[in-house]
Design a protein around this ligand. Structure first.
Ligand SMILES: C[S@@+](CC[C@H](N)C(=O)[O-])C[C@H]1O[C@@H](n2cnc3c(N)ncnc32)[C@H](O)[C@@H]1O
Length: 210
């Protein structure tokens, strides 16, 4: 929906770091701060490795369903959600299709929440959540990648997608495109979201290599 998209873009433009926000929602307050000294080492459950690049705003369930449908997710896929929030995308794929999924999020609160949700959904044998920086993660086994980040982050991620993913890997992004990498499909949902769809080409066009 337009409001959610605007919220993400607005918060991004205000600089996540200066707000001291780490994965905020309307319900979640964060206490995370970067340790000031080497002796202030915190456990992964207390603090993100660094501030998230984008705040937490969940994709509505109907849009999750449409993203999975657009990517034609099946049991034999391996789905990676980069910036996985409460885990709803891989959890839904595991519940509906038995798909194996990995969620990556930099914020330990989100990882904890996602693990709890996976347990409630009974899919802990199919999904795994990793507290990592998505820009440094090994995503090479993915056959489907889902994104709900920001336009600038999608473009920053693009070379890594081309470097790591096999030709034919499907990518779906909620609300944000990939700059001059034109999508193969664009779907408008009933409640006003846009979903973009690409597949990794056999040969990356020269203008998209960096
Ligand atoms: C807009 S939310 C999307 C959540 C989920 N994918 C969904 O669609 O419901 C973006 C998520 O990315 C995470 N994030 C931000 N920067 C990250 C980074 N560098 N590495 C991993 N996760 C990050 C945030 O903590 C947040 O949970």
């Amino acid at each position: 929906m337009q409001l959610r998209r605007t919220l993400l873009l607005l918060v991004a433009s205000m600089s996540v770091a200066s707000l001291g926000v780490a994965g905020c929602t309307s319900q979640t307050q964060t206490t995370a701060q970067t340790p000031q000294t080497e002796t202030e080492v915190q456990t992964p459950q207390q603090s993100p490795q660094r501030q998230p690049d984008v705040v937490y705003v969940p994709t509505p369930q109907e849009v999750v369903d449409e993203m999975l449908a657009l990517a034609k997710v099946k049991k034999n896929d391996v789905i990676y959600d980069l910036g996985s929030g409460d885990g709803r995308i891989p959890i839904t794929a595991a519940q509906r299709f038995g798909t194996r999924g990995i969620g990556i999020d930099i914020n330990p609160e989100r990882i904890q929440e996602a693990n709890e949700n996976a347990k409630k959904a009974g899919v802990t044998d199919r999904v795994k959540f990793l507290q990592q920086d998505l820009f440094k993660s090994d995503i090479s086994e993915a056959t489907v990648v889902t994104l709900y980040l920001l336009p600038s982050l999608n473009v920053k991620l693009r070379p890594e997608l081309f470097r790591q993913l096999k030709p034919g890997t499907r990518i779906v992004s909620h609300d944000f495109d990939m700059g001059d990498w034109k999508p193969e499909r664009v779907v408008k949902t009933q409640e006003g979201s846009t979903i973009y769809y690409w597949t990794i080409p056999k040969q990356v066009p020269a203008n998209l290599r960096s």
